[in-house]
Design a protein around this ligand. Sequence first.
Ligand code: GAL
Length: 705
Amino acid sequence: MFRFGCDYYPEQWSQWLAEGEARWEEDARLMAEAGFNTVRLAEFAWALLEPEPDRFDFTWLDRAIHLLHSHGLDVVLGTPTPAPPPWLLAAHPDITQVTAAGRRLAPGTRREACANHPVYQERSQAVVTAMARHYAETPGVIGWQTDNEFGCHDSARCYCPHCQATFRRWLEERYGDLDALNRAWGTSFWGEIYRTWDEIPVPALSAAERNPGHLLDFYRFSSWSWQRFHQAQIETLRRLCPGHFVTHNLMGFFPELNYYELSRGLDFVAWDNYHYHGATPGMVAATHIHMRGILERNFWVMEQQAGQINWSVTNPATPPNFVRLKTYQAMGHGADGVLYFRWRQALAGSEQYHSGLLDHAGRPTQGLEEARQIGQELQRLAPLLEGTEPTARIAILLDYESRWALQIQPHNQLLRTDHPPDFRLENPALAVDREDELEDQFLTGGAFEAWPFLAPAIALWEANVPMAIVSPEADLSRYDLVCAPFLNLVRPAVAENLAAFVEGGGALILGPRTGVKDSANRLFSQPQPGPLAALTGATVAFFDSLEPDRRNELRWEPHVNRMGRETAVGLWAEVLEPAGAEVLASYTQGWYAGRAAVTRQEHGPGQVIYVGCMGGPRLYHTLFEWLLPALDIRPLLISVPGVEICARTGPDGRRLIFVLNHTRHPQILALSAPKVDLLTGQHFTQNLPLQPGDVRVLQVAAERA
Ligand code: GAL
């Protein structure tokens, strides 16, 4: 069943509206009328659910759930641990986190608590246990969202004494003895040799740059701390509510928690889809694909932006069709549920300027109008979505430890691996050649596509070729092409996984800065790409890190690009030394003109292409135009720029194709065969017209899929 609905805070109306709880009935009626079937509740309501230590009051929540259920609405309950109640923080002021600068955060908002504080852990377990016991059999309750956005508000890493002590124990367990730790971190550099575990600090603010091994372990430890906190909740909910699902709302490309590990034990992941400044359609598509790849199964959007947000640079109004387009985009990439944030705009509290489906005065917004339309369309579409999921023959690898290693030592400050940068503000180097295309997209910005990691993903997205984004430890045998754009740190298991993939006949593309670091965040003692050198048949002789106004260019060998197209290179250029590999492209500028930039090594039916430079999506377009036909990988449909095509396929091969017009102009798509739009029932023979922001869903029978 497709889950469609909103995030609802009935407890707020009791305090803020004269009519109080009496308003709930009208809310539920309007939700049901919009075609909603699911509502998320209570993720910040700890202070209301446990007004005093160990005195639980579920009466108001019982009434809300009962009322919603009587209108046909099921409930996802949030465990309220992101917002510990004032009585708890007052009794234990050291629950709040300490920043890297050594400042303790003040209590009184949300997400201020430290994952390693024993009392916070204990009280969290108590409230989760009480809720789980109370709601295990409640009609209408279908599942749980654990906490809310772990790591949000810069809360992934804490430097308090509890973290300090836990970090030391964690290290002891990981290394066993101090010699091993000293060797792994290379502490003879700057004479940091540790003689007791108690000498090891949390890597808080310091005079000079920190040891990269120390930092990487602290990043791992911080991620593990939230994972441990999370697992405790998952286990409690599983034990007490075996009939319910458990999920968590992730934050897309958030860099500080290892989502593969954080999400272990969930039934599916959810994420919160906000179109902050610069989040272009391609970036949002890549985020859906990334979220789906975390557990390699369909996901939910637990918070879908339904209008203006309150926390971006300028917070523009969203144009007509925004909500409908974003909802179908999520669906097309494998969302089995979409809930809008939030039902009604808040009258009080820090998010007053954040829109809702109803505005502050209770009037329906454009977002609600569009949700209602989707509610109608789902009557026909939802049954067809059952059992379908996106499929792909290409996987892009995203590795958290590689991101952390690059974050710790980016070497080129413009090369960002934490949050995708807004290139207009921060990274002019890559802005120039894509500006025109991005102009035509709904939200101004477009910055995020310059985030180097995303270059191949955006190139595939623009070509309507489906891809997955998965862990380098995933089972790669189901893919024909695997692309690792930034596998900076190579663990032995990853090297083995890649070698097995290539030996099995797979095509592997490795991007720049691959195979530089070992698991301890030290340089390999062999030439780059370290343990992957045998696969690549080439090594990196040296690299150049380019200033924003300095470019190089690639000249492709004629068999790759007959047109002799040249590709611009910025930020990073590695000069490659082939040792058996053929050269696919060379630099044309400067003192290393003529030397290799892209190489290819065959391994029986398998092959490895090493791309030693950054060129944005255009570079990958050139490569894919040559490589994909050879692998017999084709686009879902040919479209015009800004018209996205994505698809879900059923076990019987039946395929639903989503056509999404992200441009501000009417567009026409040429059809190779007649098609029916499942949303309207209209038949089209040759041309499929699309209004600005329009969506069509086409069904293709099994044999044509
Ligand atoms: C999310 C958060 C919500 C709300 C929303 C506003 O990050 O989960 O509680 O704050 O942002 O856009």
